[in-house]
Write a protein that binds this ligand. Sequence first.
Ligand SMILES: C[S@@+](CC[C@H](N)C(=O)[O-])C[C@H]1O[C@@H](n2cnc3c(N)ncnc32)[C@H](O)[C@@H]1O
Length: 311
Amino acid sequence: MILPKSIWLLLAEKQIITQLKTDISTPIQFSTETKLTSEECTQLVDWIFANEKTYPALTSWLDFLRRYRITFTDIAKGMGRWNDQSSHSLGHDKWAVGWASDAMLPLANALYALKSFECNGTVLECGAFKGSSTACLSLVCEELGFDFDCADSFEGLPSGEGHYGKGDFLGTLDEVKNNVANFGTIERVNFIQGWYSDTLKVYNKPLALLWIDVDLQESTIDILDNVYDNLLPQAVTFSDGFTEGVDFVDKQIANTGGEPAGFYRYFVKNKIPYCSAPGGSKGLAMISKCDLPDMDFTVPPAIISSIIERL
Ligand SMILES: C[S@@+](CC[C@H](N)C(=O)[O-])C[C@H]1O[C@@H](n2cnc3c(N)ncnc32)[C@H](O)[C@@H]1O
């Protein structure tokens, strides 16, 4: 679970969670102790909502999430229309909205938490389509003061892979700019146009959050090859394309297909230690740096979905 510093400290002070390190320096806590059982997770969420009026840290955090729940839902409604350029074989790009609504809240939560730990790197989005996740992130980055880069070909997918075809998920730069101007904060977004294998070669900004929604294994590798080293120690990576119970084996990513296979190949080839888990929305994975193999998430990341349900 990714939590703001004030909430980790509160949970430690009230001994709701006992195995925290005393020097809390990251929004994700790892531990060698047994992680919370599902019953303990439920108790934790109950405690948070029972005490939200008592502790200002809880009030501010939940208010933030509630506010973005409404904003992201409005973005989905505002941008929601049929995509007359749809070309995907199974119609996955028929609807112009990819990520918005509650599905984007785990990323907003992560940014709120990263800010509280003064992790001030850039937010990099790879995969814009018509710009719904771009609009959502532009608003959060504007409020919290993160620089925000949106990288895409703006020509759709580069090649076929599985059921995907070249040019699927096309959103032109003009279309995306227009949507972000209408539903987000266009001034906050730096657009990087072109194929990741070219544009990200020269990318040199330290990253607080990396958001990958590119469908293809090869595109995922092009991104990771060029920017994974830019992630700050506290940074978090989110990716689309993961199925719970299929793409995660313990805390590792399975070599299935699409984005998961891209991560798998990159991490294995470069012998990079990491922890991954369902990120709190359908299809979402959360990946975090973790140097010791016997460490695990103190609180499972997916708990954010229980909190979102109860907002
Ligand atoms: C599924 S869409 C992104 C959906 C978007 N996040 C949303 O919320 O609607 C995938 C995007 O990845 C982009 N893409 C995939 N591979 C790419 C590559 N190698 N270089 C540049 N863009 C790429 C496509 O152009 C497309 O816009």
